[in-house]
Design a protein around this ligand. Structure first.
Ligand code: R5P
Length: 312
């Protein structure tokens, strides 16, 4: 492990430290701050020549600052002769801008992939990409881990009776089905319509939810609009307790307030993004899963066993 180094920007230092604890190595020493004019200032304070380097930096809000720090860190490490640089991006920002679904809009997820590659990243390690196809935006290897591998243990421990798993939109059916199959639970789908980037509307519910306890599975909660719309529609349809397990808790604007005032019993999110404490939000750490993947990438052994829980 002496050829392995892990560095962090300012996006989520705690996650990087937790990963290092699992790996049994100290976090790499680097200065990542700002010049007086606001430009990003990076200095790697230790020798990385010939090393296998991992930079932990989710591109969560402030997205542009975190992305720029990551790009500049990659550049610094490359120029310091690191042998291989893996960008560990537990939450890949801009992922929802992944196709040209209206005239004259960018595909920013692809632009970010280009920026990372040009900066000098050799590989990417990420989790629950909004669309698996984003892997194809890169011409370098991308490992996309799944939070289900950690979440499913918690769900089993909760031992919820009369359980049905719910996908809040058609895009999430595949993952929701994986949970339902692993839990031996029913499956329901909310037919969601997006009115604007910040507003969603639940249209119909497919599947049986009356008198059932529900767990809504999703990859991202941003404004909370999709989740709250789904909770309201499911309650109206006669659901009992409703929980949500969502990998990336962006929780922008007044999302926490919306959750607090909603009929949702508890929101489970992972720590791919730093979280504030809240009585209705429980954070489940994915640090051990990321550490295991880093270890396996470093040793150049298969990581496919880390995908075991996903029913393809
Ligand atoms: C949509 O396809 C995603 O899976 C999430 O449902 C969506 O991004 C959540 O966004 P918001 O919380 O703003 O409704």
């Amino acid at each position: 492990m002496d050829r392995l180094s892990v560095f962090s920007g300012n996006a989520h230092r705690k996650l990087a430290e937790d990963i290092c604890t699992h790996l049994g190595i100290p976090l790499g020493d680097a200065l990542v701050s700002r010049f007086s004019d606001g430009e990003v200032r990076v200095k790697i304070n230790e020798n990385v020549r010939g090393k296998d380097v991992f930079i932990v930096q989710p591109t969560c809000p402030p997205t542009n600052d975190n992305l720029m720090e990551l790009l500049i860190m990659i550049d610094a490490l490359k120029r310091a002769s690191a042998k291989r640089i893996t960008a560990v991006i537990p939450y890949y920002g801009y992922a929802r801008q992944d196709r040209k679904d209206q005239p004259r809009v960018p595909i920013t997820a692809k632009l970010v992939a280009n920026l990372l590659t040009v900066a000098g990243a050799d590989r990417v390690l990420t989790m629950d990409l909004h669309a698996g196809q984003i892997q194809g935006f890169f011409d370098i290897p991308v490992d996309n881990l799944y939070a289900i591998n950690v979440f499913i243990g918690f769900l089993k421990e909760m031992n919820i009776p009369d359980l049905t798993i719910v996908s809040p939109d058609v895009g999430g059916i595949k993952m929701a089905r994986s949970y339902a199959k692993k839990m031996g639970a029913g499956l329901a789908i909310v037919d969601k319509r997006r009115i604007s980037p910040d507003q969603a509307e639940a249209m119909n519910i497919l599947g049986e939810v009356k008198d059932r306890n529900l767990v809504i599975i999703d990859d991202i909660i941003a404004t909370g609009g999709s989740l709250i719309e789904a909770v309201n529609a499911l309650k109206k349809a006669g659901a009992k307790d409703i929980y949500a397990m969502i990998t990336h808790g962006v929780l922008a604007g007044n999302a926490l307030e919306k959750i607090e005032n909603s009929k949702l019993k508890m929101l489970f999110v992972s720590d791919t993004i730093p979280q504030k404490e809240h009585p209705k939000v429980r954070v489940i750490s994915v640090a051990s899963l990321l550490a295991e993947a880093i270890k396996r990438i470093h040793w150049e052994v298969s990581i496919s066993c880390l995908f075991d829980q996903v029913v393809r």
